[in-house]
Design a protein around this ligand. Structure first.
Ligand SMILES: CCCCCCCCCCCCCCCCCCCCCCCCCCCC(=O)SCCNC(=O)CCNC(=O)[C@H](O)C(C)(C)COP(=O)(O)OP(=O)(O)OC[C@H]1O[C@@H](n2cnc3c(N)ncnc32)[C@H](O)[C@@H]1OP(=O)(O)O
Ligand code: NDP
Length: 515
């Protein structure tokens, strides 16, 4: 019997960010391995015209939860959606709901965050810092609370090269930042943002670092742990391989490459691609929840959930495998054939952006205009290039994350728990994982049918022929122009034509003699 699964039995668990990528996988695993848990409270806001209930219904009826329904048929009764907007004071939670949360909660998993790289400092602080502070305040009033698990990111200290499992202080206190954002206007905030974030690349990594400081400062006598995953990718094994449902991290770029939009990227092939499957992160998170509640470590422990130091893979290998998978399993209606190379030089990047990205988009938009349709490709391409530029920081550097706490925890688990809550990335076969990831992107994210693969291959063949035809036409036009202007080109041309003529005459004569 798994000790961790048994631990969550009968527990009331509060999850923030349960509608997000990681939150959904966390809920799924909890219900599947501990179907006798008491209740999962989730803090949800209405979104995109959907009520709370509609959002929960959609999640529970998704492919991800198919296995859960077999082991926990009354899952609908065990999930309690509570209206909450983490941007509001007290999260806008009603008095009755707050009372229930305060008196019943045993474990908190705090996953909610804004993960956008381009968020304003005000919004990122509100969600990643102030909301964390408020949740800790709530937690401190929960008499039955056994553990508070905070999800951060391995990149919260990406300004350092070697990162230990400790909380590093930021120069300005989070409280000072929160206070000053209350009275500063947006224009001033925008102006001071670069100074505050310093050598971090965006407000996301900066505010996640501030969030960790808040956790340390407000921990009181609660049992708290911080988990720092690196780049979270599709599932490795559970509930099935390759599940993914959003465009964050590599997923969006995998689509862009498969559809032939992204054909060159400024990336260092030898830099470590520190990807970590979402089910691995969830397994570690649940193991940490158990360990923190049962063993009550004296201080707040930080756990790195990374792959680089135990089982490294680099961006070159990853990109190569992504493209190799598209050979076998192409995406439907590609814009161009998937092809891409890594460049590390700024000039080459600009050149490739102009020739491989912007020029085809302009030509395609011209064709759309000619055929009476609305041009859109240039806009799509500009958006993609902006996204890629925000990822560049992460694909041109390598980091070393120490994993002492994570390895210590692994050794504390029983063999059964090591199997059920496996977070040992040494067992991960990257080539297999990436192939499943690409397949998952096609099936679960793009919802493409596998039956369409022959047609997708035909489409790629047509694109290849168009590509050859286009290049030949371009060459002939260029050559014709050259001949018209240069005597030397004319001489070369005359030489080639007469050589071909002589060769053909000789060939014809010798074949006539043989007959
Ligand atoms: C040697 C050589 C060998 C061979 C070479 C082969 C080369 C192959 C090259 C190709 C290789 C491709 C495969 C390799 C992949 C490499 C990729 C590497 C990625 C690395 C990522 C590193 C990140 C690490 C950071 C740390 C991790 C974290 O802690 S946080 C999680 C990461 N966070 C993110 O990823 C968020 C990033 N996103 C954003 O910040 C913003 O979305 C944006 C700024 C990028 C874009 O903002 P914008 O306002 O323009 O657009 P937006 O409105 O956000 O969205 C546009 C449309 O997309 C839809 N969308 C966006 N996000 C989502 C979502 N999460 N889920 C669903 N849909 C989403 C959105 O709805 C919009 O759609 P429309 O409304 O229809 O327009
Ligand atoms: N994805 C990754 O690569 C990595 C993620 N992380 C961390 O993991 C955690 C989970 O990330 P992930 O699941 O990928 O992120 P998602 O963007 O998929 O999910 C974010 C969650 O936060 C919720 N949320 C955001 N704003 C509010 C709000 N105002 N009120 C209530 N809920 C809100 C979202 O709700 P809604 O659905 O309503 O928007 C959603 O459930 C985050 O803390 C992130 O920093 C760390 C490393 C890598």
């Amino acid at each position: 019997m798994s000790m961790i699964a048994a631990f969550y039995g009968g527990k009331s668990i509060l999850i923030t960010g349960a509608t997000g990528f990681m939150g959904k996988v966390l809920m799924e695993k909890l219900f599947r391995t501990s179907p006798d848990l008491k209740v999962i409270y989730i803090l949800v806001r209405p979104k995109a015209g959907q009520t709370l209930q509609q959002r929960v219904f959609q999640i529970l009826n998704s492919k991800l939860f198919e296995k859960v329904k077999e082991v926990c048929p009354n899952v609908h009764e065990k999930i309690r959606a509570i209206y909450a907007d983490l941007n509001q004071n007290d999260f806008g939670i009603s008095k009755e709901d707050m009372q229930e949360l305060l008196s019943c909660t045993n474990i908190i998993f705090h996953c909610a965050a804004t993960v956008r790289f381009d968020d304003t400092l005000r919004h990122a602080v509100q969600l990643n810092v102030t909301a964390t502070q408020q949740l800790l305040l709530m937690a401190s009033q929960m008499p039955k609370l056994e553990a508070f698990i905070h999800i951060s990111t391995a990149f919260s200290n990406c300004n350092l090269k070697h990162i230990d499992e400790v909380i590093y202080p930021c120069p300005v206190e989070p409280k000072k930042i929160i206070d000053s954002l209350e009275w500063l206007d947006d224009a001033i905030i925008d102006e001071i943002t670069p100074k505050l974030i310093g050598d971090r690349p965006n407000t996301y990594t900066y505010t996640k670092a501030l969030g960790e400081m808040v956790v340390q400062q407000e921990s009181g006598n609660m049992n708290i742990a911080i988990i720092r995953p690196s780049i979270v990718g599709a599932t490795w094994q559970e509930p099935f391989p390759g599940w993914v449902d959003n465009l964050n991290g590599p997923s969006g770029l995998i689509i862009a490459a498969g559809k032939g939009f992204l054909r060159a990227i400024k990336a260092t092939p030898m830099a470590v691609a520190d990807l970590i499957p979402v089910d691995t992160v969830v397994n570690l998170t649940l193991a940490v929840g158990w360990y923190t509640a049962v063993h009550r470590p004296k201080s707040t422990l930080v756990y790195h959930c990374t792959s680089g130091n135990l089982n490294p893979c680099n961006w070159g290998k990853m990109g190569f495998q992504v493209l190799a998978t598209f050979e076998k399993i192409p995406l439907e209606r590609a814009f161009r054939r998937p092809y891409a190379d890594f460049t590390t030089n700024n000039f080459t990047t600009q050149y490739r952006n102009a020739v491989s990205h912007r020029a085809p988009a302009i030509i395609y938009d011209f064709y759309l205009r000619l055929t009476g349709r609305k041009p859109r490709m240039t806009k799509v391409m500009n958006r993609l290039l902006r996204t890629v530029s925000m990822m560049e920081y992460f694909i041109n550097r390598s980091w070393e994350w120490s994993t002492y706490n994570t390895e210590m925890l692994m050794s504390e688990l029983s063999p059964e728990d090591q199997r059920v809550f496996n977070f040992d990335v040494r067992q991960l076969n990257w080539l297999e994982y990436i192939e499943n990831y690409v397949l998952g992107v096609k099936k679960y994210l793009l919802k493409e049918d596998m039956a369409g693969i022959p047609e997708a291959k035909q489409h790629l063949k047509r694109l290849r022929n168009i590509h050859y035809l286009f290049n030949t036409a371009l060459f002939l036009i260029a050559w014709r122009l050259l001949i018209a202007r240069s005597q030397m080109a004319r001489n070369v041309w005359f030489f080639i034509v007469s050589f071909c003529y002589k060769f053909l005459s000789y060939f014809r004569a010798s074949s006539t003699l043989k007959v």
